[in-house]
Design a protein around this ligand. Structure first.
Ligand SMILES: [Zn+2]
Length: 243
């Protein structure tokens, strides 16, 4: 799970990785015989029994730097990724982060350019609202309406959704499924873990090779522990924090 690919800006939410660090991380993947792909491709390959060697790469929020910095590096390493954009804020900025700094979001033509470069475009909702406890109208807007708007932008079906802040409850999962998404990304494993609440590992600027090795080993354990904890305490399990 990535967000912004940029250098030098103050980063209170730890959402940025520098282009140089991303290059090293992609090189690390390739040196291990692994290839980064979008989540829809990963799930299709796994269902067909050839997902070994593939790693799902996701970029949340749809920053302009995805097209400017991440896409060239991904292509240079033979990889693709999913970018989760906000069709209610196209060409705007991350106004939901009170501390900033403001980072520009992809415009419509930029999203089409990313899709044209082979990247998967998914929805991150409409306005980056927390879906847990949201009323039915908000749930519908953030899931079904954002999917319809994004379909109009890309001209193709939109398979993936990503929960803002990674927070998820049973009603949000149902809204996402009812809106027609084939899968959705969360962050922490929990009682709702499944195709519509896929756990992800945060990857940031400090993730050098040995930390990636550790995260790769820990992710399956974290997933099992999260599911076990959820079974023991179904009320608390699941909700995690992220941007
Ligand atoms: Zn986000």
């Amino acid at each position: 799970m990535y967000h912004s690919v940029s250098d030098g800006l103050h980063d209170p939410y730890r959402i940025a990785v520098s282009p140089d660090r991303l290059r090293r991380q992609l090189r690390w993947l390739r040196a291990r015989g692994l290839r980064g792909v979008g989540v829809a491709e990963l799930l299709r390959a796994r269902a067909a029994g050839h997902g070994a060697g593939l790693v799902g790469l996701t970029f949340d929020d749809g920053y302009q730097d995805f097209l400017d910095e991440a896409v060239p590096l991904l292509l240079e390493h033979g990889c693709t990724a999913t970018v989760f954009v906000l069709p209610g804020l196209l060409g705007g900025s991350n106004t939901w982060d009170p501390l900033g700094p403001r980072r520009p979001l992809l415009t419509e033509p930029a999203i089409r350019a990313a899709a044209g470069a082979g990247m998967e475009i998914g929805s991150h909702g409409l306005l980056h609202r927390d879906l847990t406890g949201a009323d039915d109208d908000v749930l519908r807007e953030e899931t079904a309406r954002s999917r319809a708007l994004l379909t109009a932008v890309t001209g193709g079906p939109v398979a993936g959704f990503c929960y803002p802040y990674g927070t998820v409850d049973a009603r949000a999962v149902r809204a996402v499924r009812d809106a027609g998404y084939a899968y959705a990304c969360a962050i922490d494993p929990g009682p709702l873990t499944g195709p519509h609440a896929l756990p992800r590992a945060h990857v940031g600027e400090r993730d050098t090779g040995w930390r990636l090795t550790l995260k790769r080993r820990l992710h399956p354990l974290r997933r099992r522990a999260g599911t076990a904890r959820a079974a023991a305490d179904p009320v608390r399990g699941g909700a995690g924090a992220g941007r």
